[in-house]
Ligand binder design. Structure first.
Ligand SMILES: [Zn+2]
Length: 844
């Protein structure tokens, strides 16, 4: 059996004529896929999944075929190899799986409606039309679509509509492209359209559940992103239009279908008059990410899924490059430092993590490749290192050549390194392969030994790890010229420390800018030298000290008790990036205290001490013209004050709630979530609970929805927790795409942890059936792992998940997660006494 053969080896399509008829009423798809291509052998393999194949002809003559569901295939026997046109007549069910062609549900003015959209990455085009559904099998497509059309409905696709005849919509022929990037959608849509300087039509589409102004922000960002990329890549946007479509049901964040990008509503539509800056920044980076793919991923595509990182790491870097260029005042790289950097550093420290580049064949394993912390975040950090080494001139020159050489075709990582190497004169591949092919990252130890400043590298682990002697080619970015530019050996002696310190006139540091993917362990001499004037360091350096010390403590290389006294030094910073890092560390202390214990009271007092001056400075209400930093800092310090049970903060939030009780949606989005959460926690009752749940169902504003979710999941009332969990499987209230956030909320609530844990164990089969095919399914396990911290929970986790180890796509996640919880449990047992002593000492 040729189970794992690439189908492209048997048949190489050049053109598709697709006729697809979607009937929403009967939930049936019927169609004909006519594929012209080169049969490399007489027995060819065409992908299909969940289909009934009615007939197959080759060049007009019926041929024998068998349907093979196990391998998602149709085996077709031809008279001979060579140029052939296959016509495959089929039917398929229209299901709610958020894969292939699927409906999205929503309400407008109490009326239930649906729109149809598509999601074909990774291997779901084969559920929509028979095809060679592999990224390398690029072809042109003529798309014709019929549906049970109602007056006023709109249909859109990768290319503009050419004409309509007898209710069938015919679209212009596409450029040469991969199947996973085909998309179309139809329904009762509203849109706003503009044009780039170069004449590309840019549009935003959404259901009419949204106010028209909710499309404006995305339209502006999309237009300026495309203009930026056309300039940066020096390669024109290759299609006539770029549509952005918000789908009410969407499993990932967004999807870069060529010319018709689809998004979760939360990542496209927003109220420009009442959305937090943080949310606007997030939406802008998602849009910029997808539009970066229109070239990197769509125009040039990875040859096979093992090079998925090429697409995602690159787009994940470019989203920041683009947003930094179009909104320079946002300092968006600071978001990279507080989100992607710690995400990558945390996950990549667990033994058993995947490398960025992974060999993969089985479709069930392909989805598990989308490890966001590795393929996206770590991969982006790798490319940030490359960018820092090359500079933008060489990067752009290399990219231009890369696009020119591979456009409308496919490429591998080696092709990119070669193009960047030619442009820069550096052996980029040699440096990057140590990061790409090896899992994990190094801790660089800087120490003064016998008067000599020395550096050494060793793989960094949180929890048990097997040291295999891995070495990396590390761009050091030291502030001392005597340190090597690329550190590739196990150890290096930089020189006489006293003399270096004197001639340089400043404390020794490496990884200045925090652009390289490693952490630093300074010995006492060097660390004290840095810390004695830490307040004078730039904000990223301050963040880096906090992040690295926290990781070293997680990895048991220093004591968490030594991290505690560092925090007050940074508490007065007016830079949001420092405050964010500070509270990321402070929140990590919560694992050392039991709920409502004397130790927690001490920790709350410490949070109060850290936040009090900032709360007094910023207050609950934004001041006219205040800085971006103040806007971004306020949520962190208010959240800290509320955790601290600061009575003034609780009363202030309650007063704001009372004054706005009849217009809660209009509370400022920056603080609304805290005000609602505070009310539910301290003043809640069933009537308020029901009122907010009804508001959740009624609003189309994703920020408001998220604030309500955060509030309701924090209820301390056992009866209301039961009531809430009773809604988990009601898709009319909580959409499957949003369920993980609700589950996480209840599990994080110490009063809800048991109930949420019971629910997921009892309902695992339902969950698997509902979202099991989803590429983010495994993150339900990651969510649990992020919270559990006792030996009892570890034992329960193992009892439940160990039997699931053989499940394709879950093996790695379960194995890693057991290590993560085990290491947390042992860290707490070893350190809780010392940590709580250190916290108490800070309060005296
Ligand atoms: Zn992407």
């Amino acid at each position: 059996m040729t189970a794992l053969k690439h189908f492209y080896e048997t048949f190489q399509p050049s053109h598709y004529n697709l006729y697809i008829d979607v009937n929403r009423a009967t939930k049936l798809i019927s169609g004909t896929s006519t594929i012209t291509g080169d049969a490399k052998e007489a027995n060819v393999l065409i992908h299909q999944k969940f289909m009934t194949i009615n007939s197959v002809t080759a060049d007009g003559k019926p041929v024998t075929f068998t349907t093979d569901n196990e391998n998602e295939a149709i085996h077709i026997t031809l008279a001979q190899p060579g140029e052939t046109t296959l016509a495959i007549d089929y039917t398929a069910p229209l299901t709610d799986s958020m894969m292939g062609i699927y409906p999205s549900y929503y309400e407008v003015n109490g009326e239930k409606k649906q729109i149809i959209g598509t999601q074909f990455e990774t291997t779901f085009a084969r559920q929509a039309f028979p095809s060679v559904d592999e990224p390398e099998a690029k072809a042109t497509f003529d798309l014709a679509i019929k549906f049970d059309e109602q007056p006023g409905e709109t249909i859109i696709a990768n290319m503009p509509e050419d004409h309509e005849e007898n209710g069938v919509h015919y679209f212009e022929t596409t450029v040469r492209m991969s199947t996973y990037l085909i998309a179309f959608a139809f329904g009762d849509l509203q849109s706003k359209i503009t044009k780039t300087k170069s004449g590309v039509e840019v549009g935003v589409f959404a259901t009419k559940a949204h106010q028209p102004k909710e499309l404006d922000f995305a339209l502006d960002i999309a237009k300026r992103s495309i203009e930026f990329y056309e300039d940066f890549y020096q390669t024109p946007y290759p299609l006539p239009h770029s549509w952005q479509l918000a789908l009410p049901d969407f499993s990932a964040g967004a999807m870069e279908n060529w010319g018709l990008v689809t998004y979760r509503e939360a990542y496209l539509t927003l109220d420009p008059d009442n959305t937090s800056l943080e949310m606007k920044q997030l939406v802008a980076t998602v849009i910029a990410h997808e539009l970066a793919h229109q070239w990197f991923g769509d125009l040039v595509t990875m040859k096979w899924w093992d090079d998925l990182w090429l697409n995602e790491s690159f787009a994940n870097m470019m989203e920041y490059v683009a947003v930094d260029a179009i909104e320079p005042d946002w300092h968006i790289w600071e978001l990279f430092q507080t989100s992607e950097a710690p995400m990558a550093l945390n996950r990549d420290a667990t033994d058993g993590v995947q490398s960025v580049h992974v060999q993969v064949e089985d479709p069930a394993e392909i989805d598990s490749l989308f490890d966001g912390a590795i393929v996206y975040a770590k991969g982006a950090r790798m490319l940030v290192m490359v960018r820092a080494l090359l500079g933008d001139d060489a990067l752009r020159k290399g990219l231009k050549a890369y696009f020119a050489a591979h456009q409308y075709g496919n490429a591998t990582g080696a092709d990119l390194w070669a193009a960047l190497g030619d442009a820069s004169g550096l052996d980029v591949g040699a440096i990057m392969n140590s990061w790409l092919e090896q899992p994990g990252y190094p801790v660089v130890t800087a120490a003064v030994k016998n008067g000599q400043l020395t550096l050494s590298q060793q793989q960094f682990f949180v929890g048990d790890g097997q040291d295999k002697g891995r070495l990396w080619q590390i761009p050091l970015n030291s502030n001392y010229d005597a340190a090597p530019e690329i550190f590739k050996d196990q150890t290096v002696t930089v020189g006489d420390y006293a003399e270096l310190r004197r001639t340089n006139g400043k404390p020794f540091r490496v990884n200045v800018g925090n652009d390289s993917h490693f952490i630093v362990k300074y010995d006492e001499t060097l660390l004290n030298d840095i810390l004695k004037d830490a307040g004078a360091l730039d904000a990223i350096s301050q963040l880096q000290i906090l992040q690295d010390q926290r990781l070293l403590a997680e990895g048991r290389q220093i004591s968490y008790a030594d991290v505690v006294p560092l925090l007050p030094q940074f508490a007065a910073s007016e830079r949001a990036v420092v405050t964010t890092a500070l509270y990321q560390v402070a929140s990590n202390l919560r694992k050392f205290v039991s709920p409502e214990s004397a130790e927690e009271k001490q920790l709350q007092a410490f949070f109060n001490k850290l936040s009090a001056d900032q709360v007094a400075r910023l207050g609950w209400t934004a001041k006219a013209g205040e800085s971006n930093d103040d806007q971004l800092t306020r949520p962190y310090v208010l959240s800290a004050a509320l955790y601290a049970q600061n009575q003034t903060a609780i009363a202030d939030a309650h007063a704001l709630f009372t004054a706005n009780a009849d217009k809660l949606a209009e509370l400022p989005a920056d603080t609304r979530g805290f005000i609602l959460a505070n009310e539910i926690k301290h003043f809640g009752n069933e009537a308020l609970f029901d009122k907010l749940l009804a508001a959740y169902r009624a609003t189309a504003d994703a920020s408001y929805k998220s604030d309500i979710r955060g509030a309701l999941t924090g209820t301390p009332d056992a009866a209301l927790i039961t009531k809430l969990i009773g809604q988990f499987e009601d898709a009319d209230t909580i959409k499957p795409q949003d369920l993980r956030g609700w589950f996480r909320g209840v599990l994080t609530n110490e009063k809800g942890e048991q109930a949420a844990w019971d629910w997921i164990r009892n309902e695992w089969q339902w969950l698997e059936k509902t979202v099991g095919g989803d590429m983010e399914f495994t993150t339900y396990i990651t969510v649990i792992t992020g919270i559990f911290r006792t030996p009892e929970r570890l034992a329960e986790f193992k009892t439940f998940f160990e039997p699931k180890l053989p499940t394709p796509g879950l093996t790695r996640e379960i194995t890693m997660d057991i290590k993560v919880i085990t290491s947390r449990v042992s860290l707490i047992q070893a350190e809780e006494t010392a940590v709580n002593k250190a916290i108490a000492a800070e309060n005296n």
